[in-house]
Design a protein around this ligand. Structure first.
Ligand code: PA5
Length: 463
């Protein structure tokens, strides 16, 4: 078993009118069955290019070779990229590495790893203090090559790198971007910097299994062939096997049917710290792919569920009260492990009296009981929830999970009748920011934005 989905707690039989009646689920399966065939045929015609990423044997060899060379030579690796250009790698790295890897003593082949995905000046300058450019390899990742946050961070770092390594600064860089166009592609070609393609037709949040996620993963010492193998196994065991065993299809169906029942929030709650990066990646995938104003016929639909990230067991003490007793507007997806990588036993010596039940048991057993207890509490309060179980956190299982949810979001997009691959809402904010910063040709827009942003004295409080 690579992945198991238990979904009885989304059914009306268990959560009453807030759940899906079994007949409705069966009918919806039939209604949407053609989606599987359509996606399959379109895939063969070259659409949904991300589905074929796990089969790039040549690429994988090249990334592994280049990455392991980098990992041996540098003390630090910094990934610079926004959204889909960094979240996939961060999820893989979190699932496959020591939780405090950067604090462990460094061996060749295990550099410290940092992800720069914001332009907070305090963070950027602090990063450059701890990861000196002279000892650091930077992987700049941007499909468009024109994302302002990525470009701004890159320019800051480039200046420091050139000063620190006037002759060899180019060796400290790899650029992952569009194979043919964009400012980063031109820069890489002009300066002779090592570069890797983001495959055409693959948008950022679907690109984790390309050079975008695989190159830095290889540099961080992660066996990327196993990540890709996990994705391939998910493909064969699930996507290609038909209807009943197609976990991505079932996930898409559950979310779509529950959204119709006003479950407008999708909570992802792993009971494994190693999957915390995965839930952040999921949040972006679900939000940016499904949150759409228009459907494919240009009708206003305002589709999408708001994805929320929670961590078991920590957030039982912060959010579960709301989930059990607040508005019944959520579907909660639990992620569970069959087995944690380490076993930690709670000694019996001091666990007595009221806490005696803890003595002699494992932390993993307590974590499991906490999850099961939370599932029971939610289900008894008629809150729909499902559980995905994987054997453990490993390169293979994270590869399978990423692939599973990428496919699920495409099926869900079909069921909602929207395009999961674009992000017009993000573009609107990007354009406005560029105009405010004085991008050429946007002078009128800048004036209008300034007027719009002028503070209204009557509604401003200062203390
Ligand atoms: O998923 C997406 O398409 C986005 O999140 C992009 O990855 C993000 O906006 C960064 O874009 P780019 O890779 O062009 O820098």
């Amino acid at each position: 078993m690579l992945v198991r989905l238990q979904f009885q707690n989304v059914l009306a039989a268990n959560v009453g009118a807030h759940g899906i009646p079994l007949e409705e689920l069966v009918a919806a399966r039939e209604e949407h069955a053609s989606i599987l065939e359509d996606v399959h045929l379109e895939r063969r015609a070259g659409k949904h290019a991300f589905l074929d990423l796990p089969y790039q044997a040549e690429g994988a060899k090249e990334w592994a070779q280049f990455g392991s060379g980098v990992g041996r030579r540098y003390k630090n690796i910094v990934v610079i990229g926004m959204g889909g250009s960094s979240l996939g790698f961060a999820a893989i790295h979190r699932a496959c590495s020591h939780p405090f890897a950067n604090l462990k003593s460094r061996r060749a082949g295990s550099p410290r790893v940092f992800v720069l995905d914001n332009i907070d000046p305090d963070t950027v300058s602090a990063l450059l203090e701890v990861a000196k450019p002279r000892d650091t390899f930077f992987n700049v990742i941007s499909k468009s090559g024109s994302t302002p946050e990525t470009a701004a961070n890159f320019f800051v770092i480039l200046e420091k790198l050139r000063k620190a390594r006037p002759d060899t600064w180019r060796e400290h860089l790899a650029i992952t971007t569009d194979p043919d166009k964009g400012p980063l592609r031109s820069f890489a070609s002009r300066e002779g910097i090592a570069s890797f393609p983001v495959p055409p037709g693959v948008s950022g949040r679907f690109s984790a299994l390309s050079a975008v996620g695989m190159l830095p993963a290889a540099a961080a010492g992660i066996p990327i062939d196993e990540v890709l193998e996990g994705a391939r196994e998910m493909d064969v065991a699930s996507l290609q096997s038909g209807f009943d065993t197609n976990i991505p299809f079932q996930i898409a169906l559950i979310h779509t049917l529950l959204a119709r029942r006003h479950k407008s929030i999708a909570v992802m709650m792993p009971y494994s710290d190693g999957l915390s990066g995965f839930s952040l990646w999921f949040r972006q995938l679900w939000a940016e792919s499904l949150g759409k104003r228009l459907d494919l016929s240009r009708k206003e639909v305002h589709a999408g569920q708001t994805p929320v990230v929670a961590a078991g067991a920590a957030d039982q003490h912060s959010q579960i009260q709301l989930y059990v007793e607040g508005p019944n507007d959520k579907v909660i997806g639990f992620l569970a492990l069959e087995k944690h990588r380490k076993r930690v036993r709670i000694p019996s010596d001091d666990a007595s009296g009221e806490l005696g039940y803890l003595g002699g048991t494992g932390l993993d057993r307590v974590l499991r009981a906490e999850r099961e207890g939370t599932q029971v509490a939610l289900t008894r309060a008629n809150r729909p929830n499902y559980t995905i179980t994987i054997p453990t956190t490993s390169p293979k299982t994270i590869g399978a999970l990423l692939y599973l949810f990428e496919a699920a979001v495409v099926y869900a997009g079909r069921m909602l009748g929207i395009n999961p691959y674009d992000q017009p809402g993000v573009e609107a904010g990007k354009k406005a920011a560029a105009a405010l910063l004085g991008q050429e040709g946007t002078e009128d827009e800048k004036k209008a934005l300034r007027a719009f942003l002028r503070p209204d004295k009557a509604h401003t409080l200062e203390w």
